[in-house]
Write a protein that binds this ligand. Structure first.
Ligand code: 2P0
Length: 350
């Protein structure tokens, strides 16, 4: 690369994602124990600007600013991330980086910002790599390389982040039914997707905005020696293969079964690990029951999924938007902290 460039700046906006088949359990080097698939979101994003400044002494350094203020809390995770990727990004050691970042969703909303945040930094680093490259390339093959390596790097920051580069559906983890799938990076789901899933909606109900008691990184580790681990990892493979067929057929009843079962299984793994823990709150269960009751009395195809937290992601077809938003406003909003929820939908990537 061209190390004569003294200074430059790049900027990316990268979205969050919500898993349909969940990643829960990993091996060394951020390799997942099972494959996962997610909807890329559209409006919930991290916006990151990265300035790089040439320095004389060897070894990378960085400062991070979150919403305009210098932030020390994020430093250790990014330090670990840079150490993991240094070998793949040889220019890192010659620069100081100023990372300025903000989210489109409210801070401490309980929405995981690691996927959008880490993917945004990975993309910035790829753009810097491109600017420093001689000669600079820009063709279709280069774009594939760019996205794949961005996803590869993002995975080393946070596993789920590797699913935030592209849209609308991304698979991460080797699985027989998905050609080209890899444990090392996310790949755009290239299978048939029925029109029922076009502009699929995700309204995120903010049940608990507080910091959760057990981090995902610790949760993943508790899958080592977990009594149900082997069965769970096999089940995820099976559910991904089934979901591939469902995405093509547009069978929304079958979609609901897989997605809700995956969410509850994720939390069942938490409740049956040692030490055990519970991230759902009473209002999480109230909302789930309300969703089930609504489905009983209408012909709605609304369903829920959960991340590693108490918030509920309400998924539904675009054509039900008016009815479901009315239902959420009337019957679910009062279970949310300060009545807050965020309307998002499936997106196209960073
Ligand atoms: C997922 N989650 O598939 C699952 C389901 C949360 C629930 O991946 O340790 O922040 O940084 O690799 O990616 C959250 O875990 O964990 C997660 P690390 P990550 O989205």
């Amino acid at each position: 690369y061209n190390s004569n460039i003294d200074k430059g700046s790049v900027k990316w906006a990268s979205p969050s994602n919500i898993a349909l088949v969940k990643y829960w359990g990993k091996k060394a080097h951020q390799i997942p124990e099972n494959p996962s698939i997610s909807f890329t979101l559209s409006d919930c994003k991290t916006i990151t600007e990265m300035t790089y400044i040439k320095k004389d002494n060897q070894g990378f350094s960085f400062d991070i600013y979150f919403e305009g203020e210098k932030n020390e809390a994020f430093k250790p995770k990014i330090q670990t991330f840079f150490e993991r990727i240094e070998i793949y990004m040889p220019f890192l050691k010659d620069y100081h980086f100023k990372i300025e970042t903000s989210n489109t969703f409210p801070h401490s909303s309980g929405i995981a910002s690691s996927a959008s945040g880490m993917s945004a930094i990975a993309l910035c680093l790829m753009s810097i790599e491109k600017e420093l490259s001689v000669p600079e390339s820009d063709n279709v093959e280069f774009q594939d390389y760019f996205n794949q390596k961005a996803s590869f790097l993002a995975r080393l920051g946070s596993g789920s982040a590797c699913r935030s580069i592209e849209g609308e559906l991304v698979v991460w983890g080797k699985n027989e039914s998905i050609v080209g799938s890899s444990d090392l990076y996310g790949v755009k789901f290239e299978g048939d997707v029925h029109a029922n899933f076009k502009n699929y909606q995700d309204t995120i109900l903010l049940v608990d905005k507080g910091e959760k008691q057990v981090s995902s990184t610790v949760g993943h580790q508790l899958m080592y020696g977990h009594p149900f681990a082997t069965k769970r990892f096999a089940q995820a493979h099976d559910n991904l293969a089934k979901l591939k067929t469902i995405l093509a057929s547009g069978d929304l009843n079958a979609f609901i079964k897989i997605v809700e079962s995956e969410a509850l299984t994720l939390h069942a793994m938490m409740m049956t690990s040692m030490p055990y823990f519970i991230l759902m709150k009473p209002n999480t269960l109230e909302i789930i029951n309300k969703i089930w009751a609504f489905r009983e009395k209408t012909d709605s195809k609304i369903c829920f999924t959960l991340d590693a937290g108490a918030n509920v992601h309400v998924l539904y077809p675009e054509k039900e938007k008016d009815d479901v938003l009315q239902f959420i406003k009337n019957e679910l909003a009062n279970y949310c902290q300060n009545g807050h929820y965020i309307c998002d939908q499936i997106g196209h990537g960073a």
